[in-house]
Ligand binder design. Structure first.
Ligand SMILES: N=c1c2ncn([C@@H]3O[C@H](COP(=O)(O)OP(=O)(O)OP(=O)(O)O)[C@@H](O)[C@H]3O)c2ncn1[C@@H]1O[C@H](COP(=O)(O)O)[C@@H](O)[C@H]1O
Length: 107
């Protein structure tokens, strides 16, 4: 199991067995709107870190974003397998840039 899978398992465990002092439990108790707000915030923090901060700060912010996306997935019943299936489909398809749109000649 890689570290992200382990993190997702911990999140699922917190959902099934709420624990005092757990930030994940706090998020599930607050509910979907709070989780979505955190995903939005963490997205912005990744952007700000990418523009102005060190690589270490950027990696930390990326961790926070991934963690909150995994909490959202658990909240919505989306598994890593669900995402992996789509990743596999996308990996099988390359050169996805759409051809340039033809110029409009008739109005
Ligand atoms: N990866 C993370 C992780 N990344 C970020 N965070 C928390 O996300 C929060 C984000 O910080 P912010 O300053 O934006 O938020 P805040 O002000 O603390 O909280 P809000 O009031 O905004 O809700 C911090 O409290 C971090 O501790 C995380 N909390 C938990 N995990 C993982 O979840 C596992 C279980 O943690 P607990 O649920 O706390 O036991 C841990 O072992 C980690 O693997």
């Amino acid at each position: 199991m890689n570290e992200l899978e382990e993190m997702y398992q911990t999140i699922l465990d917190r959902k099934a067995n709420p624990e005092e002092g757990s930030y994940t439990t706090y998020l599930f108790e607050k509910g979907e709107e709070k989780i979505l707000k955190k995903v939005g915030e963490e997205c912005t923090e990744v952007i700000i870190a990418a523009l102005h901060q060190t690589k270490a700060d950027q990696v930390n912010e990326i961790n926070d974003l991934l963690y909150h996306v995994l909490v959202l997935m658990a909240e919505k019943g989306i598994t890593l397998e669900d995402v992996n299936k789509v990743v596999a489909q996308r990996n099988a398809k390359t050169h996805n840039l759409k051809p340039e749109r033809k110029p409009i000649t008739r109005y």
